[in-house]
Unconditional design. Structure first.
Length: 95
């Protein structure tokens, strides 16, 4: 498995938007991320708040579907980024 990239996010930075299609998921090394539906609209709904040790974006990777939420860093945050290839290698090593 290749070494995963790490990404440092500023407070308020969007990781991905609802309906984006990307084959990555994220592991929070430190900081916090909130997941919203209809982010930035009057229908905005907070779905989940995540912290260090949590991960997100895996369901869209597993199901190969567009993002169902918008992910926003709620403080300075560092995440490890896993691609579909990384995920496949993780699944294989767990067997």
């Amino acid at each position: 498995m290749a070494e995963q990239a790490e990404l440092t996010l500023k407070k308020g930075q969007i990781v991905y938007r609802q309906n984006d299609y990307e084959m990555r998921f994220y592991d929070i090394l430190y900081g916090a991320v909130s997941l919203y539906q209809n982010y930035g609209t009057k229908e905005q709904v907070l779905i989940k708040e995540l912290n260090s040790g949590d991960y997100f974006g895996e369901m869209e990777l597993i199901e190969a579907m567009p993002r169902t939420t918008t992910a926003v860093a709620t403080e300075r945050t560092q995440v490890k980024v896993y691609t579909a290839e990384d995920f496949g290698a993780l699944k294989s090593s767990a067997v």
